[in-house]
Design a protein around this ligand. Sequence first.
Ligand code: LLP
Length: 418
Amino acid sequence: MHDFNFKANELYCEGVKVSTVAKSVGTPFYLYSHKTLVDHFRKVQKAFEAVNPIVCFAVKANGNLAVLKTLADEGAGFDVVSGGELKKVLKVYADPKKIAYASVGKTDEEIVLALKAGILFFNVESLPELERINLIAKKLSKKAPVALRINPDVEAPTHKAITTGTLKNKFGIDLKTARAILTSQKKYPSVNFKGIHIHIGSQIIKVQPFVDAIKKMIVFLKDLETRGVRLEYFDIGGGMGIMYYQMQTPTAEEFAQEMVPLLKQTGMKIVLEPGRFICGNAGILVAKTLYLKDNGAKKFLIVDAGMNDLIRPSLYNAYHNIVPVKKTKVKESVMDIVGPICESGDFFAKDRPFPELKSGELVAVMSAGAYGYAMSSNYNIRPRVAEVMVKGATWEIIKQRETFSDLVRGETIPKFLK
Ligand code: LLP
């Protein structure tokens, strides 16, 4: 499942001791396994090979250039959602013809950038956006490739903050409007309608919601065909969930097994947009114990990473397994594992049995490779942490820890205060 394992009571990433990296880089830091990234990408590609999909890694999950380069070298495409993400994937020489661009709020500048880059298609999320893209493409004398992002109105069983496929969410175009657009394509002469797109949510650990959504789209596509509309691409989005800790989650093959026969039926070219499935278990967050505090009612292990470094527990009440980097025989007690941030919501674990570590001892927050660094911030004026990648027995810093000058860059005191 991943390449973070204990050997002689020490946590390793592939062939590298985690504690060795900590000694050199300091803490906290994110640590990624190159092998796990590649393995997970290949697993998805292989599981769906019968439909020969374009696997577009969702950059929002982890946008580090080294991660993107690792996947680009494997032939991955990319799902981007901003001009910044687009520029980053172009920097690692991603094939523009494998770039899908979603987002409910693309700006004119971003649309121009993507049109000039020659991407596979825009995933268009509203009628006004379609009209805007049509207009901008006309001005540039280009035809804009477009897949309509359809909101299939299916409920996915996941945290409410990360479900996207119902009409209560801001995403995608409702079926009726989509049908009206696709049957009057001539109204948008500078648009080339390439396909449809769905994305029903994230961390979905059942196959059924995907099956339901795809089936719903097949009905929609058949209806379109009777009206003389045939499209080339079906982009089924991301959302395949991963195992955070001792839970039953489908493997790539299990997801594919039920989806592939349906996808084959469409006869369309298939695009997937997995993010978490590829990088979630390929990364950990390493932190150092500062203090073990006992207030008489409760124990708190205070570490040097905080919610600004990994916000998932605070934001979604997400469960991440946490392990000491060196296995220890010291007494376990039930405690909260928390960061130094001035908020009660700053925690990594609540009421968890954990060894009573001493100051300086290291802990690893597991499965932190997706939406970890990517969602980090400078809250409490904390520098963003370093990122490190391991390949076999070698490792390298792939993003330097921020310094104080990074934290004040661009800030000035106005003349009227001087
Ligand atoms: N495609 C689209 C259009 C998306 O909006 C997303 C994720 C993906 C693909 C990739 O989904 P994945 O395969 O990674 O589930 N911050 C949250 C997750 C937000 C997901 C947003 N969209 C978390 O930490 O759980």
